[in-house]
Design a protein around this ligand. Structure first.
Ligand code: SF4
Length: 297
């Protein structure tokens, strides 16, 4: 069967991410962040990927007690009795929307697109085709992935693992976007087999800071609780980090600290909108009022 030409706009053209435009527009740096725009973008993404029912189901349970952890930046949750109905930010809504998208890549997709053709595509296009609908297998010498039943997929994996002289010959790779819950089970499997070869893409992001922290303060992780920022710190110095993009809910914590009288210093190569003025969409002050100026310096 002749290979069908790949239609660049079949992904998201309608609802989600607009295809890259040839003439990018530019504007001066923003002086404030979030506000109503954050709500509109979160809704547009969620509805585009998940539709109304799934959007409500997922966004009302993310970061909630008994819910699931946001698969994005892993910013800490407030105590259970301090959580809001919408305990997520725009990035979180997008990350959840990508995970819970209705789009699927199934056997028909792989029958249409050979491995060689898929290799020509960029990550953004591949990502926007949707979630894998069933296990797929690339048999030796094959040009296309073909469906394989779960039993077959698990038997194939188990045979290979059992055939290893040393379990550390296996590498258990995951994406940093894997949910905490799935990652927890996955590492249990690897360790039960006798290896901790569990690299994931966030190793690249966090390995260096982990090593540097271990060298300087003896522990490769943060040592404070969220309440140290929201309720206790008098001075908060943020160096080389942009909360508005990296951990948007950190803006809420900084706002709480600021309204309690804390002073905030931001040291960064660029002036970031998040430090300028934060329009917290969960407050009237943020939605229709002046918002909160976060950084004093
Ligand atoms: S700050 Fe946003 S992206 Fe990060 S974990 Fe929370 S909801 Fe997710």
């Amino acid at each position: 069967m002749a290979e069908q030409p790949i239609n660049p706009t079949d992904a998201h053209g309608s609802a989600g991410v607009p295809p890259p435009s040839s003439d990018p527009t530019s504007s001066g740096p923003k002086k404030s962040s979030v506000g109503i725009h954050g709500i509109i973008e979160s809704a547009r993404y969620s509805m585009g990927e998940m539709g109304p029912k799934r959007s409500l189901q997922t966004l009302l349970t993310v970061n909630q007690v008994g819910g699931f952890d946001c698969p994005s930046c892993a910013w800490g949750e407030p105590d259970p009795d301090h959580r809001k109905i919408a305990e997520f930010c725009e990035n979180g809504a997008k990350a959840v929307a990508w995970e819970a998208t209705r789009k699927r890549v199934d056997a028909a997709f792989f029958a249409e697109h050979s491995v060689a053709a898929l290799r020509e595509r960029d990550g953004r296009w591949l990502e926007s085709q949707g979630r894998l609908a069933q296990p797929m297998h690339l048999a030796p010498g094959a040009t296309h992935y073909a469906p394989i039943p779960w039993e077959g997929a698990l038997a194939l994996t188990a045979d290979r693992l059992r055939g290893l002289a040393d379990p550390s010959r296996a590498v258990f790779y995951t994406s940093g976007r894997t949910s905490n819950e799935a990652a927890f089970l996955y590492q249990l499997l690897a360790r039960r087999l006798g290896t901790n070869n569990l690299p994931d893409c966030s190793n690249m992001c966090h390995e260096s800071s982990g090593a540097a922290l271990s060298e300087t303060i003896g522990v490769g992780k943060g040592l404070i609780a969220l309440s140290d920022i929201t309720d206790h710190a008098d001075l908060i110095i943020v160096v080389g980090q942009n909360p508005g993009t990296c951990h948007p809910r950190m803006l809420t914590a900084l706002e709480q600290a600021k309204r309690r009288g804390a002073r905030i210093i931001a040291a960064n190569p660029l002036p970031e909108a998040g430090f300028g003025r934060f329009h917290n969409p969960q407050t009237a002050r943020g939605l229709v009022g002046p918002g909160t100026k976060l950084a004093d310096r």
